[in-house]
Write a protein of this length. Structure first.
Length: 540
C-alpha cells in the first residue's frame, strides 16, 4: 500500500469519526476558513512583529534606518514578486499543496532568520519568508472564495480579516515582550510552532483542487517583473544613502532606473503577447477591479510605507521599551477585527463604497494627527489616532476586496486574489523605500536648519550650555573641558532627535495627503451586482 493510499484511508476514517470534515457538511467551509486564517495570521504577524524590532535590530547590527528598512522591504518585495506566480502554482500542483508549500517556506525561513549573524544574511532569509507568504495570502484567499458562495463571501472575507487584525495587535505586543525578556531571535522562532500546527491542520481539513486547464508558466514575464520591481526599489531606497555619494544622478541609481524601464517594457510586451501570461491583464478591463486595486496600491503606499516609523519614534525619541511600544498597537487589531465582519455584512447587503470612503477618510485623519508628534507628545495623542486607525482599516479591506472580485469568475479567482495582494504589497514596498529615502533627506535638512540657528555668542546658547555642563558634572563628574565636551554632545544629540522627529512628522503629513488621493477613485466604482452561484458557474 502506497503512502497516498494510507493517507486516503486515514482521512476517510477521520471523516467518518468527524462528520464536520465532510465537504457536504455546512460546518466544513468554516473549518476551511479557520485553517486558512492560521497562515494569514503568520504572514501578517511577521511584518508587524519586525516593525517593533527595527530599533533593536539597528542597534544590534549597528546600521541606520536606510539599511534596516530592507528587513521590511525585502520581505514585501519578494512577497509581491511571488504573488502572481502563486495562481499558476496552485492551478498546476493543486491549491492545497501550494498552500502547504507556502507554510513550509515561511516556517523554514522564520527558523533561518533566527540564526542570522549579520544584517545581510537576515535580509536573505527574509526573502525566503516572503516567498512563503507570497503563496499563503492569495492561495488562502482563493480557497476561501471557492468554498463560499458569492452571497456569503463578504462575511467570509470579513472574518478572514480578523486573522490579519489579530496579527496587527499581537505582532508588536508579542514581539516587544520577546525582545524585552529574551532576544530578537525569538520574534522569528515564535512562527515555527504555529507553522507546524498549520501544516498538520491544513493536511487534514483542506481538500485538493486542480485547475482543469494547466497553463504554461510565463518565465519571461516572471523574470522581467522581478527585474522591474527589484531595480526600481533599489533606486528609490538608495538615492540618499550615505554610501551613494553621487545621489540621484550616480551611475548606480541611473543603472537601476534603466533596468527598471527595460524590465517594465519587456513585462508589458510579454504579457500582451503570450498565450498564458503571468498576470492576466484582461482582469483590469473590469472598472471595479482596476479602481479597487488603484485604491489599495495608494493605501499600501501611504499606510504601510509610513507604518514602520512609529515604533522607531516611540523607542528612540520617547524612550519606550520594545514591549511598551508593542502594547501601543494592541487596540488597533482588536478594533480592526471587530469592525471588519460588520463592514463585510454591510457590503453584502448595501454598498461597499460607503465603508471604504469612511475608512480612507478616517485613516487620512490619523496620519495627519501623527504629523504633530513631538518629544513631549502625551499618551492620548498617540493612542487616539491608533484607535481610529483600527476602525478605519476594518472598514477598508473587506469592502474593497468584495467589490473588486464581485464580477470575477471562480476560474480566475486565484489570479484576481493574487493581483489584489500583489498590488497592495507592492504599494507597501514602494512606500517603505520612498518614505525611508524622504526621511533621510528631511533629517539632513532639519539638522542643518537647527544647526544654523545655534549662535554660540547668544545669551540663550551660553546659558543652555552652562546648564548642560552642570548636569554632566553632577552625573559623571570630570574637568571643565570634559564637561564642556559632554555638554556639546548632549546638545548635538538633542538637535539630532528634534531633526528626526520633525522628519517623521513630514513623512506622516505626506502619507496623509497620499491617503486623501486614494478616496477619489472610490467614487467611480459602480455598486457591485449580486451574482448568483448558478450564474457564476455559467460565467466559468
Amino acid at each position: 500500500m502506497t503512502g497516498r493510499e494510507k493517507w486516503s484511508r486515514f482521512h476517510s476514517r477521520l471523516t467518518q469519526r468527524f462528520p464536520q470534515l465532510n465537504p457536504e457538511n455546512d460546518v466544513f467551509r468554516w473549518l476551511v476558513l479557520g485553517t486558512v486564517m492560521i497562515g494569514t495570521f503568520m504572514a501578517v504577524l511577521d511584518a508587524t512583529i519586525v516593525n517593533v524590532a527595527l530599533a533593536k535590530l539597528m542597534a544590534t547590527f549597528g546600521v541606520s534606518v536606510d539599511m534596516a528598512e530592507w528587513i521590511l522591504t525585502a520581505y514585501l518585495l519578494i512577497f509581491g514578486v511571488m504573488l502572481p506566480s502563486s495562481g499558476w502554482v496552485a492551478d498546476r500542483f493543486g491549491y492545497k499543496r501550494a498552500y502547504i508549500t507556502g507554510l513550509v517556506l515561511f516556517t523554514g525561513g522564520s527558523f533561518l532568520c533566527s540564526l542570522a549573524w549579520d544584517i545581510n544574511i537576515l535580509i536573505v532569509f527574509r526573502v525566503i519568508q516572503g516567498a512563503g507568504a507570497g503563496f499563503l495570502m492569495p492561495v488562502g484567499m482563493a480557497i476561501i472564495t471557492r468554498e463560499f458562495p458569492p452571497e456569503k463571501r463578504g462575511v467570509a472575507l470579513g472574518f478572514w480579516s480578523v486573522s490579519a487584525s489579530a496579527s496587527v495587535s499581537l505582532g508588536p505586543t508579542i514581539g516587544g515582550y520577546l525582545i524585552d525578556r529574551f532576544s530578537w531571535q525569538t520574534i522569528f522562532d515564535v512562527n515555527v510552532p504555529v507553522g507546524l500546527l498549520g501544516m498538520v491542520i491544513s493536511m487534514i481539513v483542506l481538500r485538493e483542487f486542480k485547475s482543469r486547464e494547466i497553463r504554461r508558466f510565463d518565465l519571461l514575464g516572471f523574470i522581467s517583473l522581478a527585474t522591474f520591481l527589484t531595480a526600481l526599489l533599489l533606486a528609490l531606497s538608495n538615492g540618499n544613502s550615505a554610501w551613494n555619494t553621487g545621489g540621484w544622478s550616480s551611475n548606480f541609481i541611473m543603472t537601476c532606473f534603466a533596468f527598471a524601464v527595460v524590465g517594465l517594457l519587456v513585462f508589458l510586451i510579454t504579457e500582451l503577447s503570450v498565450r498564458h501570461p503571468l498576470i492576466e491583464l484582461g482582469l483590469f478591463k473590469s472598472l471595479n477591479f482596476s479602481l479597487s486595486n488603484l485604491v489599495l496600491f495608494i493605501f499600501g503606499l501611504g499606510m504601510f510605507g509610513s507604518n514602520f516609523l512609529l515604533p522607531i519614534y516611540l523607542q528612540d525619541s520617547l524612550g519606550y521599551t520594545p514591549f511598551q511600544a508593542g502594547l501601543v498597537f494592541l487596540p488597533v487589531g482588536i478594533l480592526l477585527g471587530l469592525t471588519a465582519p460588520f463592514a463585510g455584512i454591510f457590503s453584502d447587503k448595501y454598498n461597499a463604497k460607503i465603508p471604504s470612503v469612511v475608512g480612507l477618510v478616517l485613516l487620512a485623519v490619523t496620519l495627519y494627527q501623527f504629523s504633530f508628534l513631538s518629544q513631549w507628545s502625551e499618551y492620548w495623542q498617540i493612542m487616539l489616532p491608533l484607535y481610529i486607525r483600527g476602525v478605519a482599516m476594518g472598514l477598508i479591506f473587506s469592502p474593497l476586496t468584495t467589490i473588486a472580485i464581485a464580477e470575477i469568475t471562480n476560474q480566475k479567482m486565484a489570479q484576481a486574489s493574487g493581483l489584489i495582494n500583489v498590488i497592495r504589497q507592492i504599494g507597501g514596498s514602494f512606500g517603505v523605500a520612498i518614505f525611508g529615502t524622504i526621511l533621510t533627506r528631511r533629517i539632513i535638512y532639519h539638522a542643518a536648519i537647527y544647526g544654523q540657528q545655534l549662535n554660540p555668542n547668544s545669551p540663550v546658547y551660553k546659558q543652555t550650555v552652562m546648564h548642560l555642563q552642570h548636569f554632566a558634572s553632577h552625573v559623571s563628574g570630570g574637568t571643565i573641558h570634559e564637561t564642556m565636551v559632554k555638554a556639546g554632545i548632549l546638545l548635538g544629540s538633542f538637535i539630532r532627535n528634534q531633526a528626526f522627529i520633525q522628519s517623521v512628522d513630514d513623512v506622516f503629513l505626506l502619507a496623509a495627503i497620499i491617503l486623501v488621493a486614494a478616496i477619489f477613485p472610490v467614487f467611480f466604482l459602480h455598486k457591485r451586482r449580486k451574482i448568483s452561484g448558478a450564474k457564476m458557474e455559467m460565467m466559468e
